[in-house]
Design a protein around this ligand. Sequence first.
Ligand code: ATP
Ligand code: MG
Length: 328
Amino acid sequence: MPTLDLSAPTVGWPPGHHLGGRLADCEGVTTGDLVHLGSGKVRDVYLLPDTEHLLLVASDRISAYDAVLPTPIPDKGRVLTALSAWWFGVLAERLGGSVPHHFVSADDRRIPAAWRGRAMLCRRLSMVPVECVARGYLAGSGLADYRATGAVCGVPLQPGLVGGDRLPEPIFTPATKAARGGHDENIPYPAVADAVGADTAARLRAATLAVYRLGAEVAESRGILLADTKLEFGFDRTGALTLGDEVLTPDSSRFWPADRWRPGAAQPSYDKQYVRDWLVSPNSGWDRASGAPPLPDDVVARTRDRYVEAYQRLTGLRFDDWPKGDDA
Ligand code: ATP
Ligand code: MG
């Protein structure tokens, strides 16, 4: 059974780091008065001089099949940031204090002009190294688990389900947060309880399912199915368990157009479908062993349109009205 390594470093957080820890422990470079704490496949994380706040800067990088592609998708970082900011507002309004979150602002003078529109100012948290996944439909590693064991993360499901099926109830299917380059691994709930304590585990599960349920309800009212989503939580300086990271974006969630949902077939995904289709087509000539090839212009343009469409359909807002930085 995979176990949870609580000392595994997450971006920006050295092993054993606690709030108020020594900044000298952070690897990285200084950008003006911002300290670069680290970069993931898509985002760059900076610490503000007050050491209480972070900037999460979403780039236009896109990853598929665990590789970062050499061609960026214009405006993708702005879409991810705009959508997270919108969802944090919805969560605050609908869930109130029951699920506190880290988002402060996407429009703050502490955000460098170049990054306007794709940076979020957040309260710094001490992250819980668990990928908190909720699933309402069977797909991805959940489907693989089910086919192998009849259960997902130890949650038994009825026999005979096919890929894309809706589950009777949304389920909490946590995963380890893999170190860079690694694969997240599904873990049973008791392993989370062992690692973080029964009380924190129960609160992670309840908060994850609450966010999933609300996200699924809002998305469905706009013709989009939320198949699953991944959340990250941390403790703020007062010790309150707080929702961090990005939330309910196409990078952290599977969104399916409701009118094209066909259980048993591959579901068209809302975001990377064109990229994935092209990468596996003979046109790309990609063997998956070497670095991924540059994307053709039409694949880039159609993918950008899908991200923008996801934002506009979910929020009902015009993407053109979202702030744009000097470098966009
Ligand atoms: P990848 O997404 O490429 O697998 P990653 O999740 O480590 O890697 P990013 O998502 O690009 O990298 O970077 C965001 C990082 O910031 C994550 O490690 C996440 O845990 C961390 N993080 C998010 N919100 C906060 C917060 N409020 N305080 C501290 N760390 C945070
Ligand atoms: Mg991440």
